[in-house]
Design a binder for this molecule. Structure first.
Ligand SMILES: NC(=O)C1=CN([C@@H]2O[C@H](COP(=O)(O)OP(=O)(O)OC[C@H]3O[C@@H](n4cnc5c(N)ncnc54)[C@H](OP(=O)(O)O)[C@@H]3O)[C@@H](O)[C@H]2O)C=CC1
Ligand SMILES: O=C(CO)COP(=O)(O)O
Length: 316
């Protein structure tokens, strides 16, 4: 199979390695490289985007102008929310929707790719070390999801299919905000009870937002929800966790970002999520404190106090 991977960051490079090991012809594109995007994607049966959220729109605009194979599948592996959409009436766009609407407004007669989402507990550094991992590929049709599953599955990367693309994509995006909260909790040395409470109540927030968005709650209890929460909230490899940990050391956000290797999507996601939650009156107290912490409106210690002093309520 010919596979094009756009985005040669940590995740794109790791997925390229997995696909090459499976015997596919893999071309990797980076905006900094010498290869033309149009050449890299020509005749590709799968185009996988591992672009950070902030670059998705610009790469989509470039890709729209390229000649694509008629049966191509576009797989998005970005874990974020689009900051340039969403208002009182419309939800913000998920990365897959940025791709879909971009292609829908493309030139007449050009093929519209089938779209799939790849998401799960997949810390790229572990996968690069050859350690086993599992992930989920979601699409509106089983046929599309199964084609991507077959392309990436291997003895060390187990890929499940799922027919709830919204749930799978949201699980990967929303957990990053909770990972920042848990990194802060660990940085403050608040203990394992506090950490368990944050992960569990964070999942409740993800389910509240997810079901409002039309996701299936069961999806969020799966790999791209609870699974990814467990990986990122328990690993210093997670950039989002590192952001929270750094803020708990009284570093400023810009100091933390200067030292950070790669992208921490939870910073943008927290902003987009809080705007939506406030517009629609959805309760997300942990994510709200993360947002305030990132905005410099509150100290980590005060955020903990605010969460502990909320009015009493039933668990479910
Ligand atoms: N690393 C991981 O473990 C995992 C990451 N992800 C998700 O994958 C996405 C990428 O993460 P990761 O690879 O780790 O991040 P990196 O920071 O390592 O790479 C980011 C990628 O996005 C590209 N990019 C950023 N801005 C733009 C832009 N304006 N135009 C074009 N390209 C741009 C970068 O290109 P350039 O190199 O030229 O700057 C690079 O290829 C994120 O959404 C992340 O949440 C998902 C699962 C696992
Ligand atoms: O999404 C990831 C693992 O599943 C990567 O997490 P970070 O982006 O926080 O490093």
């Amino acid at each position: 199979m010919k596979i094009a991977i756009v985005g040669a960051g940590a995740w794109g490079s790791t997925l390229a390695e997995l696909a090459r090991e499976n015997g596919h012809q893999v071309d990797l594109w980076s905006r900094r490289g010498s290869a033309e995007l149009s050449t890299v994607v020509e005749r590709a049966e799968i185009i996988l985007s591992a672009i950070a959220m902030k670059g998705v729109r610009s790469v989509m605009t470039q890709l729209k102008g390229c000649d694509l194979a008629s049966e191509v599948i576009l797989v998005t592996a970005t874990k974020g929310l689009d900051p340039d959409s969403g208002n009182d009436v419309d939800l913000p766009m998920l990365p897959s929707q940025v791709w879909r609407t971009g292609f829908a407004s493309g030139a007449v007669g050009k093929p519209h790719p089938a779209i799939a989402i790849l998401s799960g507990p997949n810390l790229s550094k572990e996968i690069r070390r050859g350690l086993p991992a599992a992930s989920v590929v979601a699409s509106e049709t089983l046929e599309t999801a199964e084609r991507v599953q077959a392309a990436f599955s291997s003895h060390r990367f187990r890929v499940y299919t799922n027919l709830d693309p919204v749930g799978v994509e949201l699980g990967g995006a929303l957990k990053n905000v909770i990972a920042i909260a848990v990194g802060t909790c660990d940085g403050l040395r608040l203990g394992d009870n506090a950490k368990a409470a944050l992960i569990t109540r964070g999942l409740a927030e993800m389910i509240r937002i997810g079901t409002y968005w039309g996701a299936n709650a069961a999806t969020l209890y799966g790999l791209s929800g609870l699974g990814d929460l467990l990986a990122t909230c328990n690993s210093p490899l997670s950039r989002n966790y590192q952001v929270g940990y750094g803020l708990a050391q009284n570093k400023s956000l810009s100091q933390v970002l200067e030292a950070l290797e790669g992208t921490a999507e939870g910073i943008n996601t927290a902003k987009v999520l809080i705007k939506l939650a406030q517009q629609q009156n959805i309760s997300v107290p942990i994510s709200y404190q993360v947002y305030r912490l990132l905005e410099g409106e509150i100290t980590p210690q005060a955020a903990v106090e605010e969460l502990m002093q909320r009015h009493s309520k039933p668990e479910v």
